[in-house]
Design a protein around this ligand. Structure first.
Ligand SMILES: Nc1ncnc2c1ncn2[C@@H]1O[C@H](COP(=O)(O)OP(=O)(O)O)[C@@H](O)[C@H]1O
Ligand SMILES: [Mg+2]
Length: 377
């Protein structure tokens, strides 16, 4: 798929901007704090309705304005689609071909993006919370039901935790009520678990082979799911439901003392092993980078496998984070395969690593200038 055009209104430091893109490589060049990341972010938000660097959508609105709008025109195998995403004081509004979408889960998935930014090293080094967020965002893109079930799960979890806290005051509890909550939690939680396990199986297959390539056969990467439940291979959703019910019951006493829910997907994590060693704890900086890169590239192949076309790739300042060899490998991977948007402070270092002629956009303080007028396909 590709993004042909984007139009921004009151978005961060862009008043009003319309850009037409090349179906291949688009490069945003400029000094710091000019608006390069803002551009990539706007594409990300158009796809996922959330920013990768802020939890508060209102930050996207230009300081003295009361709404921000992103409009994108995309081409997919089955035709062209117009997407609109508006943020205002009243919240978010999304449109597909001009029609307002009532649920975000209906909207997300039309445009698939993979973003790779320096912070993505946190995928390996960061907290479990970061890795769960990664899982949730990526699965949400290929499975439209996922975010819906996840949000139900989180709602029930919150209710259960609130109830557990209340029992401390009341010094008694209603075991039937807890059963009802457990059952709802297991319903939603088993969906979340099942989807995550499926996703990781696909991810690991691709990450493993890409990592082998990048390390010239020297390293073997394994990706696995670390659960608070004792999972065995190939469990059905039904089996996961029963397992979750059992475990919730088993830990109920501990939950009642600690006043929180100790088992379930909200406590799970991802583990990366290179040549049998946990990269999080034992990996060198280089191995951690290669691992993060392999996982990101794996996602690209995974999306292609799942939905039948390549997503859009957003690379924010990553070249400066990778050594020359990895930069070349990354560029070789992209080749002509998928539409890519890349930010950099200097194009001179870039040119010798590229096989494709990039479309260059110079970004200066919320204004963008393109080097050539027409897009060559
Ligand atoms: N809501 C906003 N309204 C107006 N300007 C903003 C807003 N949010 C960020 N900016 C401006 O955007 C600029 C940063 O843009 P960014 O894309 O991060 O830069 P870079 O080119 O380094 O990637 C800063 O000058 C900042 O003041
Ligand atoms: Mg930036």
């Amino acid at each position: 798929m590709q993004l042909n055009q984007i139009e921004l209104t009151n978005y961060r430091n862009y008043n009003q901007l319309t850009l037409n893109f090349s179906p291949k490589l688009n490069v945003f060049v400029g000094d710091n704090a000019q608006g390069k990341t803002n551009l990539l972010e706007s594409i990300y938000v158009l796809s996922l309705t959330k920013s990768h660097r802020s939890n508060h959508e209102k930050e996207l609105i230009q300081w003295d304005k009361d709404f921000a709008r992103i409009e994108g025109q995309i081409s997919k195998k089955n035709g062209d689609i117009d997407l609109t995403m508006i943020v205002s004081n009243k919240g978010k509004k999304t449109k597909v071909n001009g029609l307002e979408q009532t649920k975000l889960s209906q909207y997300i998935g039309y445009l698939n993006v993979i973003l790779f930014a320096p912070e993505d090293l946190s995928l390996v080094k960061g907290s479990p919370q970061y890795r769960r967020k990664f899982l949730d965002m990526e699965i949400g893109q290929i499975n439209s039901q996922y975010l819906h079930h996840l949000s139900n799960y989180q709602t029930v979890l919150k209710q259960r935790n609130q109830y557990l806290k209340k029992t401390a005051f009341n010094k008694s509890y209603d075991s039937l009520y807890l059963d009802v909550l457990n059952e709802q939690l297991a319903q939603e939680g088993s969906f979340v678990l099942f989807s995550r396990l499926y996703f990781i199986k696909l991810l690991e297959k691709w990450a493993n082979s890409i990592h082998e390539n990048i390390s010239y056969g020297k390293e073997e990467l394994r990706v696995s799911y670390k659960s608070t439940l004792e999972l065995s291979a190939e469990q059905t959703r039904e089996e996961l439901y029963h397992l979750l019910m059992e475990e919730l019951k088993k830990t109920e006493e501990r939950d009642l003392t600690q006043l929180t829910t100790n088992v379930g997907p909200h406590r799970d994590d991802l583990v990366f092993m290179v040549n049998g060693q946990n990269v999080q704890t034992y990996g060198s900086q280089g191995q951690q980078r290669t691992t993060a890169l392999s996982v990101k590239l794996a996602e690209i192949e995974l999306i292609n496998e799942e939905i039948g076309e390549y997503p859009i790739l957003l690379l924010d300042d990553v070249l400066s984070e990778l050594d020359d060899e990895r930069q070349v490998q990354l560029m070789e991977f992209i080749d002509n395969k998928l539409q890519t948007f890349l930010t950099t402070t200097s194009v001179t270092h870039l040119n010798d690593k590229l096989k494709i002629k990039p479309e260059i956009f110079y970004v200066t303080n919320g204004e963008v200038e393109r080097t050539s007028e027409d897009v060559d396909g």
